[in-house]
Design a protein around this ligand. Structure first.
Ligand code: GUN
Ligand code: FE
Length: 422
């Protein structure tokens, strides 16, 4: 059986707000699954090859639970409009280009590589509505070592002429895509109604039935922007709250991800906690598009499942170090707006959200728990000046805020070494 042994300062997040640290520790995996983290190498592994990273940090890799692959070309651009205008002006035309498979290949190859170099090994990702480009995306992710879920987007109303499907075509292409994506091992399909305004009732019924019949996971957007909320009310006058427009079509369960939830009130948050729906907090995007400041710490306190997303290109950072730092800052902004009545996220909590909480959607236990698949990064921070000898927790804090270029030296995904610097 193949054994992987990594030696260094092993740090993981076994619970919200907690860090496990083993200095000079051994992270051991057998056949791609974690056997444990040990302060000394157990006798049974004597003689096995050890990859010794000295004092470097060995960390869980990241899970980015909400991003839009076809928006990668516009990363860092066009954030001067609110959501609905931003979609029509910048986003939809950018996504429309993915009708061209050659363009898709070029862009998605770059994206997959950049994700791995930044230590993101798990994703839940929106593609565009194009079946062929979606399959290309899945293929490029799989080749690069990114695992997780990718969704062909469904949108049969309120798009633009170059980015909208006929209802029947949307259904047919979705079925064909599901069939054709069987060949991928580490990248699986997730049903992706873009958001309620993008889908007719007929399409929502179809997707809900498909989710139930085939036990497929679901991802979409929820309560991101105030005008969006009003629009959804107009479109679905029978629904008191936005979440009901998903729940009524059976698109609301413990395998559902909902991005943003900035304006979800207490009832909507309760409905999420009760159904086990995961809220994906996307702080960069929420700020860039002036959507609002999501009450991320309150969501956690109320027992909701919460993970993090870069939401590129509403978000301007692909690196989850940035997203974690942004989530902490957003929680502090929320605290100020709440008249200091709510808590902010600690670094350990932010770290948990960007790693363990995301991995939970893939059935993993928190931290480097035995049995989990090996997803890890090696981070070298020895070059930074230090005010005093740093603890492992301080080093992690600095890794989050300094996000040094090139600090990630190696990456493992599903037990495979998928990146090695230099
Ligand atoms: N709502 C519907 N589509 C999108 C999108 O592409 N990005 C964001 N941030 N929100 C959306
Ligand atoms: Fe989004």
């Amino acid at each position: 059986m193949s054994v992987t042994i990594l030696k260094g300062t092993v740090v993981s997040a076994p619970a919200l707000g907690r860090l496990d640290v083993t200095e000079g520790g051994y992270l051991v995996a057998e056949a791609g699954r974690i056997a444990g983290v040990f302060p000394a190498l157990p006798g049974q592994y004597a003689g096995a090859a050890v990859e010794d990273y000295g004092d470097a940090l060995i960390l869980q890799s990241f899970a980015d639970l909400h991003l839009h692959a076809p928006q990668y070309p516009m990363l860092g651009m066009g954030m001067d409009l609110p959501l609905l205008e931003w979609l029509n002006t910048y986003t939809f035309p950018t996504e429309a280009r993915f009708a061209d498979p050659d363009y898709a290949r070029e862009i998605y190859r770059k994206l997959a590589r950049e994700l791995i170099e930044n230590g993101t090994t798990r994703v839940c990702m929106f593609s565009s509505l194009h079946r062929e480009a979606t399959l290309i995306l899945m293929e490029e992710l799989e080749k690069a070592g990114v695992t997780g879920y990718v969704g062909k987007v469904n949108m049969d109303q309120n798009g633009i002429p170059s980015l909208q499907e006929e209802t029947a075509v949307s259904k047919r292409e979705t079925l064909l895509w599901l069939e054709q994506s069987r060949r991928f091992r580490h990248v699986k399909p997730i049903l992706t109604p873009r958001f309620t305004p993008s889908c007719t009732d007929e399409l929502m019924v179809f997707l809900g039935e498909l989710a139930v019949e085939r036990g497929l996971p679901i991802q979409s957007h929820l309560s991101e922007n105030w005008r969006e909320l009003q629009w959804v009310k107009e479109l679905h006058p029978g629904c008191d709250r936005y979440w009901e427009t998903y729940a009524k079509y059976s698109l609301w369960n413990s395998r559902t991800l909902m991005a943003h939830c900035v304006w979800s009130d207490q009832q909507e948050r309760e409905a999420m906690a009760k159904a086990g729906v995961t809220a994906v907090h996307c702080p960069d995007s929420n700020q860039n598009l002036c959507s609002g400041v999501a009450p991320v710490r309150v969501m956690l306190k109320e027992g909701m499942q919460v993970a993090l997303g870069s939401d590129i290109a509403g978000g301007d950072h692909l690196s989850m170090f940035d997203v974690i730092a942004a989530s902490i800052r957003a929680s502090k902004a929320r605290r100020i707006l709440d008249n200091w009545g709510t808590d902010f996220l600690t670094v350990a909590e932010g770290w948990y959200l960007g790693t363990s909480a995301g991995a939970a959607f893939f059935g993993q236990r928190p931290g480097f728990a035995p049995g989990n698949r090996l997803h890890a990064v090696v981070l070298e921070d020895g070059d930074l000046p230090q005010p005093h000898p740093l603890t492992a927790a301080e080093r992690l804090e600095r890794a989050v805020y300094r996000r040094q270029r090139g600090a990630i030296k190696a990456v493992w995904s599903e037990g495979r070494k998928v990146f090695s610097a230099g």
